[in-house]
Ligand binder design. Structure first.
Ligand code: COA
Length: 186
């Protein structure tokens, strides 16, 4: 059992972490069906980079899962709620002079929004990242219109570090990117 700031996190088996409500775990090959269903939603895609396919097919999910299962150390997890796959969350270590930093990304399916699930998943993966990935900083870049994601990061103790003005073009619209970060030391 690990304890961080009053949160109890159980490491049950390797690459499966739970706080008793939400679990993040290694992908299973058959997650591809639920992943495609969740990801094939313009309301999800609009908040993500263009590399995220839209529309999103079962084949896209299958390729993504295969790529994740090959990664060392493991970086992207399935988010599970009430025994069901509901989304993805990943930490991507950077390189060169940024190698002590990892980038955080996530999405969950629309039917599960606003139940605190992503907030729990972010707390779980940050604990994994700081402990297993040898990083001292975790950051996420959020499009300025994505106020729900900004709220998630604030709830997880991330600070607003920078506004990258006009950094993003998404669906033909220019917007700012807000950089949030969390550090091992204050
Ligand atoms: C953003 C996203 C991950 C949030 O997941 P979630 O599980 O609903 O998040 P939580 O329930 O933990 O927290 C959401 C918070 O945002 C708030 N919120 C929701 N919609 C909001 C809005 N339009 N404006 C401001 N706050 C909003 C909720 O009230 C909640 O805050 P609260 O607990 O203080 O009430 C989810 O909506 C999603 O997957 N969106 C599409 C993909 C995406 O945006 N990924 C992140 C890219 S940076």
């Amino acid at each position: 059992m690990l304890r961080i700031k009053g949160l109890q996190i159980m490491k049950t088996t390797p690459l499966r972490f739970t706080d008793g409500v939400v679990t993040i775990r290694k992908f299973r090959r058959n997650d591809k069906f639920a992943m495609a269903e969740v990801a094939n939603n313009e309301k999800v895609a609009v908040n993500l980079r263009d590399a995220f396919p839209s529309p999103y097919t079962i084949e896209d999910a299958q390729k993504f899962i295969s790529m994740c299962l090959r990664q060392q150390p493991y970086q992207v997890f399935a988010i599970e709620f009430e025994g069901e796959y509901v989304g993805n969350i990943g930490l991507h270590p950077q390189d060169d002079v940024y190698r002590k930093t990892a980038e955080l990304g996530y999405f969950i399916g629309e039917p599960w929004w606003n139940r605190g699930i992503t907030t729990r998943a972010v707390n779980l993966i940050c604990e994994y990242g700081f402990r297993e990935l040898d990083v001292i900083k975790i950051f996420s870049g959020v499009f300025s219109f994505n106020t729900a994601s900004q709220r998630v990061l604030e709830k997880c103790g991330f600070g607003r570090e920078a506004v990258l003005r006009n950094a993003v073009i998404k669906n033909g619209q220019i917007c700012d990117e807000i950089r949030y970060a969390k550090h091992t030391t204050p």
